[in-house]
Design a binder for this molecule. Structure first.
Ligand SMILES: Nc1ncnc2c1ncn2[C@@H]1O[C@H](COP(=O)(O)OP(=O)(O)OP(=O)(O)O)[C@@H](O)[C@H]1O
Ligand SMILES: [Mg+2]
Length: 269
């Protein structure tokens, strides 16, 4: 080749290499027969609006499908010592609704005694909440289960430390989100702000739940309609006020079957 020869970019050889490489860039097909990998992060419009109830209903429905389902409440504030072990109501409810029992420090890496904002409850015990132990615990929980339901703390932007909040955690876990709306005056605004915050983190709301609070909202159905028009994810159901809240009854009002990766009924276990 002399300096006078034209420079040719994109030779036949290069194109052949491209042609060989291209199929390898396609995502690998999911092997048939692998267990379903449903996982989600449950957040809500506020504290005390039905996140644990919804998470427990999800776990109940997953167990009914015949899969190994485990709940996680990574940060829990408000615990008491019983039989030498710290107990938190949410963590206990999730454990009861799931069917995989793991060490408490995997399902709830951070459990504090004081029922206060997590960063305050943590500071009282000289602890700084960090995401790395939670992410590591999540991987172990996911490895031991077919499905994981992670319940957030309070609303979506609740601080966990000076540099970390619940939204950061959801983003780092990179899970699809289920939004629980506690139906009361002001909830449309709360739901839409939460939706914006979720989407700003690059996360997707895959479904939402309308939960009836103690004092039933006036015009609840009209409010639900307004939310249906504005939330670009399916309403999974409306949970009425139950005389005795249970995961089983709550699940009976909810339809999870359209959620991405929702497992088909397993027959062999
Ligand atoms: N639809 C309902 N019918 C009857 N009781 C309900 C209903 N929804 C929630 N509750 C009750 O209200 C309380 C708060 O609900 P839940 O614990 O699910 O809220 P949360 O959003 O998880 O709160 P937190 O922010 O503390 O985690 C619980 O005692 C729960 O059993
Ligand atoms: Mg809860």
């Amino acid at each position: 080749m002399s300096l006078d020869d034209p420079i040719v970019i994109g030779t036949a050889e290069v194109n052949e290499v491209d042609a060989v490489l291209e199929p390898a860039l396609e995502p690998a097909p999911v092997a048939a027969g692998l267990p379903s990998r449903f996982a989600c992060f449950v957040t809500g419009t506020d504290t005390e609006i039905g996140k644990t109830l919804t998470s427990s209903a999800l776990l109940h429905a997953l167990v009914k499908q015949g899969v190994r389902a485990c709940g996680m409440k990574p940060v829990a504030a408000g615990a008491e010592l019983r039989d030498g072990e710290l107990h938190n109501e949410d963590a206990d409810s999730l454990k009861a609704a799931g069917n995989v029992t793991l060490l408490r420090n995997l399902t709830t890496p951070y459990m504090f005694r004081e029922p206060a904002a997590p960063h305050i409850a943590a500071a009282l015990e000289g602890v700084t909440i960090e995401s790395v132990p939670i992410l590591a615990a999540y991987l172990e929980v996911a490895a031991a289960s077919d499905a994981v339901v992670v319940e957030g703390v309070g609303g979506f932007r609740v601080p966990l430390s000076a540099t970390l909040d619940t939204a950061d955690l959801a983003q780092q876990l990179d899970l699809p989100v289920i939004l629980v709306v506690g139906m009361r005056l002001g909830c449309i605004n709360q739901a839409l702000l939460t939706l914006e915050a979720i989407e700003a983190r690059g996360l997707t709301v895959i479904g939402w739940v309308a939960n009836t609070l103690e004092v039933e909202m006036r015009f609840i159905d009209e409010n639900i309609d307004a939310l249906i028009e504005r939330i670009p994810a399916p309403l999974l159901g409306k949970v009425p006020r139950m005389a005795q809240a249970s995961a089983e009854e709550a699940a009976s009002y909810l339809d999870f079957t359209g959620l991405p990766n929702w497992p088909a009924q397993q027959t062999n276990n």
